[in-house]
Structure formats: structure tokens, C-alpha cells
Design a protein around this ligand. Structure first.
Ligand SMILES: [Zn+2]
Ligand SMILES: [Zn+2]
Length: 274
């Protein structure tokens, strides 16, 4: 008995284990999806592309690389090159995925196709890659030559677990949702709506927009886009590790980065205007 409230551990354990299957299914999809979003925004975008994160502890960096391979099959060199080209030619001819050049619906629903087209353009890789990109044993022997093995192992694990606990095909559904997570929320929503729909804090030369005022309160968009929805703020100060600019904007990845910094696992570039 604590402050008049009894705490019975066994009843809590049985309450948790009695939660319905759909709860565990959606928790698994959303939690893994959110972590995937964080590895893209913190590792690929803020650290590798813009160096607004000046240092990531090797353990964190390797976890991000493994997670990205396992849940997305994204190649770091390709992602960074395509994104740097986007910043260089933003909303002009040559921008890999501008909704102004290609139309909003093609980018929103098939943005991944535009990404892949550019990622396999050798000229883009040659001109926009960086010397700081990973080139170690894991990159050369696992992540690049076996780019799609990670997501296939994930499919096998999903099916095995669901066959044991629910029904095997739930594992396939979970995998399909995990596979469209980044293609839809990053290549579609962010690359499309981030240059098309929303408000502007800064009169940048491009058409970038912050997707919605109070989006984090009403839609919990940050779970799916990790603060990247403040896309106009990002185009104003590309090398800022913080994507929110107003007091009512919320960049969840900034919160995670400050936590990493507090534990000595990251060093952040000073924020200039935000
Ligand atoms: Zn942009
Ligand atoms: Zn960027």
C-alpha cells in the first residue's frame, strides 16, 4: 500500500498481457516506423548531409546505419547525393522531386519513384556525394552489396513471430506498412507537401513550407515525419540541427538530439536564428 493505492505487480502484468492483438500490432508498426523516421532525419539528413550534427557517437551511428539497412534498404551515399542535389537546384529544373516541376500528386503518391530514378543516376552520385560518407568494411561488404537482405530478414522475422502469436499474414501486412513508411511520409509527404502546402516563416528563394500550424497537436504528424515537417525553416537555415523556429512549433528530433548531447553521444552545431 503506497499513499492509499495498492500496487499489485501481477495484476499489471496480466492486464498488459491481456491487451488485444491489434494493440500490439499497431504499436509495433508505429514504434518501429517512428524510429526509422528518426534514423533518417538524425543520421542521414542532419548528420551525414548537412553536418548540423557535428558528431554522433560510433555506437549511435552504427545503430542508425543498421536500422536503416534493416527497415528501409536505403543506401547512405545515394540518399545524401539526391538530397544535396535537391538543395542545390530546389524547385528548378534538375530538382529530383519538386512538386512544381512534376506536379503535387505524382510526388505525394509516387515520390519514391522520383527518388529511385535520381539515386541510380551515376552523375548525381559523382557530383553530390561527400568524402565524409561511410566507406568501412560493413558498408563495402554488407550494406551496399546486400542492400535488400536486411528487409527480407525483417519479413521472415515478422512472419515467424506472427505465425506463432497471431496469423502469419499479419507479419506480411506489418512488413508492407514498414516498407511504405519512408516512401510515403518522406518521399511523398515531406518532398511533396513540404514544397506545396502550409505556411512560411521565411521568404526563402524556393517554395518550401512548414506543413501545418499546430500539426503536432492535432495530427501527431511528428511521429511520422520527426520534425521535418518544418521544411521552410530547414531551407532557411540548412545547417541548423533544430527545425522548429517559433515557440509553438515542435521538433521532436531536437528533443532526442538534446538528450543524446546530454549523454555525450552527440555534438550539435550552434543554432543561429532558430
Ligand atoms: Zn526541400
Ligand atoms: Zn536538407
Amino acid at each position: 500500500m503506497l499513499f492509499g493505492v495498492s500496487f499489485d505487480l501481477s495484476s499489471w502484468v496480466s492486464w498488459i498481457s491481456d491487451l488485444p492483438g491489434w494493440f500490439w500490432f499497431w504499436s509495433y508498426v508505429i514504434v518501429t516506423g517512428h524510429i526509422t523516421t528518426e534514423t533518417v532525419t538524425i543520421y542521414l539528413h542532419r548528420y551525414q548531409t548537412h553536418r548540423s550534427v557535428l558528431y554522433l557517437a560510433p555506437l549511435v551511428e552504427h545503430l542508425c546505419r543498421f536500422w536503416g539497412w534493416f527497415f528501409t534498404s536505403i543506401n547512405t551515399r545515394q540518399w545524401v547525393s539526391v538530397h544535396r542535389k535537391h538543395h542545390h537546384l530546389v524547385d528548378k529544373k534538375g530538382d529530383p522531386h519538386s512538386p512544381f516541376m512534376e506536379g503535387i500528386f505524382p510526388i505525394l503518391f509516387a515520390g519514391v519513384w522520383y527518388y529511385r530514378r535520381e539515386a541510380h543516376n551515376p552523375e548525381t552520385i559523382k557530383n553530390y556525394q561527400l568524402p565524409t560518407l561511410p566507406n568501412d568494411w560493413m558498408e563495402k561488404n554488407i550494406y551496399v552489396p546486400f542492400q535488400y537482405v536486411g528487409v527480407l530478414v525483417l519479413l521472415a522475422i515478422n512472419i515467424s513471430f506472427c505465425a506463432w502469436k497471431f496469423d502469419w499474414w499479419w507479419g506480411v501486412v506489418a512488413w508492407a506498412l514498414q516498407m511504405i513508411w519512408i516512401p510515403f511520409f518522406a518521399a511523398g509527404v515531406l518532398n511533396g507537401l513540404g514544397h506545396y502546402f502550409g505556411y512560411r516563416n521565411f521568404e526563402t528563394k524556393d517554395a518550401s513550407r512548414n506543413i501545418h500550424i499546430f500539426s503536432w497537436v492535432f495530427t501527431f504528424l511528428f511521429i511520422f515525419t520527426g520534425g521535418e515537417e518544418h521544411h521552410n525553416n530547414h531551407h532557411e537555415e540548412t545547417n541548423s540541427p533544430k527545425f522548429s523556429a517559433k515557440w509553438w512549433e515542435f521538433d521532436i528530433s531536437w528533443l532526442y538530439l538534446k538528450l543524446l548531447e546530454a549523454f555525450g553521444l552527440a555534438k550539435l552545431r550552434p543554432v543561429r536564428i532558430m
